[in-house]
Design a protein around this ligand. Structure first.
Ligand SMILES: Cc1cc2nc3c(=O)[nH]c(=O)nc-3n(C[C@H](O)[C@H](O)[C@H](O)COP(=O)(O)OP(=O)(O)OC[C@H]3O[C@@H](n4cnc5c(N)ncnc54)[C@H](O)[C@@H]3O)c2cc1C
Length: 477
């Protein structure tokens, strides 16, 4: 523990947060001044959460695709901030987007150091430039990327504001009234039991459902049986190349005045009721290449590996990207790669669960990620439809023959303890409390009932701030 007061020795309500990742950090921040906050985190190494996972469906190519340690996956992320669209709120959420507006405002400040209206103003200007250049789409949301990415544990200075326990929560123990009494934590000094008034699960969309499934063995609530269902990720891949008559390269990593960051503009089309987005990333002409590879994630996450700086020289598209993002230098090109990020249908099957190896007794979290043939066919139509929709600004275009084999996780593990109006349709109520439990809440990606094509980070933070507000107002009692 990093603070002197042992838990429960102050008169403030006690809250135990499981997971020091994005959602956990934001709730800890929201409650640190009014509550006695303890955060339990399993990770020593950033790969510790992924080491507990087994992909039994489509494998993730991104490695690691989930983080651990203080900051959780914000130690690895790109910090791209994008809002879930109003239509997705109307379709999937138990409340309208307007209820999230103040929390989105605050989330932009915490995660991006930016006022939301600056992003909106710059987005409107950029949308105008895209339209002038002859581009249209069903929706053109903005993705704001701050100049420096934030590991939230560090930027929110949580080390000095909350107690930190290194350990893995293995189960929750309840009293007779559907009230969690304590969390059982495996630490290097053996098993501990930590008590609190309130418990918040923020163990990512892969860790939280597994804890809820274990709880279902003790508390027979219908909502708990849905933990691990409705999993959502965003399949993504570079799917082709286009050559255009218009100088779109000028708008890539578009600077946002007074904001210390830049914008990208995904172009969203709808196919078979799903959103599919495309970003036109400036590229060099490279003959008949059949795929686009990027080193940016590896470079960002391993800055001390000097070999990566040499390797990036073999990825000229990355060099164009780095020049525009870091230095505002945009080299003219007519070539663009098509980065597709797609909405995934949410199905009631259980995609995330736990499994114990009978020989080694090792406990795994399994992720069964499925991309059906019908879904791939929808994506294929979306790609060809999108290129056709570009019309006469296209000089030439090519869809990669094996684009579907390079589909990768976007690491947006969500939906597995989703909010819903009724306990028969989701795990948490509209205030992020597990349906039927008195003092158990969720604050990570698993809470999100639907995201369209939006990266999840901004919305996780907004929902966690909203939960913090409810708990401060005493609505967790
Ligand atoms: C390379 C990469 C780039 C990304 N880029 C973006 C981006 O640009 N924009 C965006 O919005 N998102 C991005 N993401 C995704 C984003 O980082 C995640 O969606 C977000 O961090 C998820 O937040 P969370 O609170 O759900 O979980 P996490 O941040 O993953 O935190 C969960 C924490 O819980 C801990 N934990 C799990 N189980 C237990 C347990 N039983 N006991 C104790 N601790 C436990 C884990 O170790 C982890 O630290 C990216 C992800 C990756 C990998």
């Amino acid at each position: 523990m990093s603070r002197k007061d042992p838990p429960g020795t102050t008169s403030r309500p006690t809250v135990l947060i499981v997971g020091a990742g994005l959602g956990g950090c934001v709730v800890a921040h929201a409650l640190a001044d009014t509550h006695d906050v303890t955060v339990v985190e399993l990770g020593v190494l950033v790969s510790d959460m992924q080491a507990r996972l087994k992909d039994i469906g489509v494998p993730a190519r991104l490695d690691p695709h989930v983080g651990a340690g203080p900051g959780g996956t914000t130690a690895l992320w790109h910090n791209g901030l994008i809002e879930v669209s109003e239509s997705v709120f109307d379709e999937c959420w138990p409340f309208p987007k307007s209820e999230m507006a103040p929390w989105y405002d605050e989330a932009y400040r915490l995660l991006g150091g930016v006022e939301r209206f600056l992003v909106e103003d710059a987005g409107a200007a950029l949308r105008g430039k895209f339209r002038e250049a002859g581009l249209a789409a069903d929706q053109m949301p903005t993705m704001f990327i701050p100049a420096r990415r934030r590991n939230l544990w560090e930027t929110l200075s949580l080390r000095d504001r909350v107690r930190f326990v290194r350990g893995e929560v293995t189960r929750l123990e309840v009293d007779g009234g559907n009230r969690v009494r304590q969390a059982v934590v495996a630490t290097e000094n053996g098993e501990q039991r930590l008590q609190a008034d309130l418990f918040v699960l923020a163990a990512v969309g892969l860790g939280t459902p597994v804890l809820l499934q274990a709880l279902a063995d003790e508390v027979p609530l219908p909502a708990l049986r849905l933990a691990g269902c409705f999993y959502e990720d965003h399949p993504m891949a570079f799917v082709g190349l286009v050559t255009l008559r218009v100088p779109l390269y000028r708008f890539w990593n578009y600077r946002v005045p007074r904001a210390g960051g830049s914008l990208r503009m995904p172009l969203v089309v709808h196919h078979d009721g799903l959103q599919v987005s495309f970003q036109l990333r400036p590229a060099v002409k490279e003959g008949q290449r059949e795929k686009v590879a990027t080193m940016i994630t590896q470079l960002r996450n391993n800055p001390l590996n000097l070999l990566n700086y040499f390797r990036v020289l073999r990825h000229p598209d990355d060099l164009l990207d780095i020049l525009s993002y870091r230095f505002g230098i945009r080299l003219p090109t007519r070539h663009y790669s098509l980065l597709m990020v797609a909405e995934q249908p949410r199905t009631p099957e259980r995609s995330v669960s736990s499994e114990v190896d009978p020989v080694s007794a090792q406990r795994w979290i399994t992720r069964n990620w499925q991309l059906s043939a019908a879904y791939l066919s929808t994506l294929r139509n979306a790609i060809t439809g999108f290129i056709a929709g570009l019309g006469n600004i296209v000089i030439s275009s090519r869809v990669f023959a094996n684009w579907d084999q390079s589909l990768d996780t976007a690491a947006h593990h969500s939906g597995t303890a989703r909010m819903s109006a009724s306990a028969s349709d989701g795990v948490c109520d509209r205030n992020a409390r597990v349906h039927g439990m008195q003092n158990l809440f969720v604050a990570d990606g698993s809470l999100l009932p639907g995201t369209g094509i939006a990266n999840t980070g901004l919305t996780i933070a907004a929902a966690a701030l909203r939960l913090g507000h409810h708990l401060k107002a005493g609505q967790g009692d």
